[in-house]
Ligand binder design. Structure first.
Ligand SMILES: Nc1ncnc2c1ncn2[C@@H]1O[C@H](COP(=O)(O)OP(=O)(O)OP(=O)(O)O)[C@@H](O)[C@H]1O
Ligand SMILES: [Mg+2]
Length: 209
């Protein structure tokens, strides 16, 4: 079963709803180790995305994802705006002109997006950032697909890996972003960006599989 344009739109809608629901929780996490704006930042961005989606309802997946990217870049600010913007922009370039994706095309697009975040933010695994949820997720997704898993199964494995990666940020000392200014005091708290990235993968598992 291919992944349709409408399924991708549902993924984005589901993520906007999840961010709205978790806004305060994300802000609490960012209050502990950052400046307390991650929930607000993401919510502002995805509310703006919601308003833009009807205008591209007839367009291909690349155009849809590019609209998400440009909206995030222009409305979110901070570290997470350009980083999530890059994730969606790289995905958009891999899906330009497509009305549907195979599971491996989705994996390639996600991989390009995550690689884009890594090259833009220069964070490595273990730096206590969104990469700690996203990188294990794409690895698990590609591995499961490579072993012949169904899309739903592979996405569930990605979500489990993202959850483990997010949990693993708790004891870490942050090496990127504002949280790194706290040094050792950043340990003992989950990373806000890894938490919002976990939600993105969980929404993919719910809507795309
Ligand atoms: N260089 C980076 N690479 C990847 N992710 C990063 C990087 N810097 C910050 N982040 C992610 O961004 C999240 C914070 O996003 P937020 O919306 O609060 O922006 P911000 O307040 O400008 O960021 P920060 O306080 O980290 O500089 C962090 O929890 C982390 O996951
Ligand atoms: Mg912040």
């Amino acid at each position: 079963m291919p992944i349709t344009r409408d399924a991708i739109a549902q993924w984005i809608q589901a993520y906007a709803a999840a961010i709205a629901e978790q806004k305060d929780a994300l802000t609490q996490l960012d209050m502990a180790i950052g400046d307390g704006d991650h929930g607000e930042n993401m919510h502002r961005g995805f509310q703006a995305v919601r308003l833009k989606l009807p205008a591209v309802a007839e367009q291909d997946i690349g155009t849809l994802l590019k609209t998400v990217a440009m909206t995030l870049i222009s409305t979110v600010g901070g570290a997470s705006g350009p980083l999530y913007g890059t994730l969606f922009l790289q995905m958009a370039t891999r899906t330009a002109g497509k009305q549907e994706l195979t599971p491996s095309e989705l994996a390639e697009a996600l991989k390009a997006g995550i690689d884009g975040v890594i090259s833009r933010g220069k964070a490595a695994l273990g730096d206590k950032t969104m990469i700690d949820a996203l990188h294990p997720a794409i690895e698990a997704f590609q591995q499961a697909l490579g072993q012949g898993a169904e899309l739903k199964d592979a996405l569930n494995k990605a979500a489990t890996a993202a959850e483990q990666g997010r949990q693993a940020t708790i004891p870490l000392v942050a090496r990127k972003g504002r949280a790194s200014y706290l040094g050792e005091r950043s340990a003992g708290h989950p990373d806000p960006g890894a938490t919002s990235s976990l939600l993105l993968i969980q929404c993919a598992a719910r809507t795309l599989g």
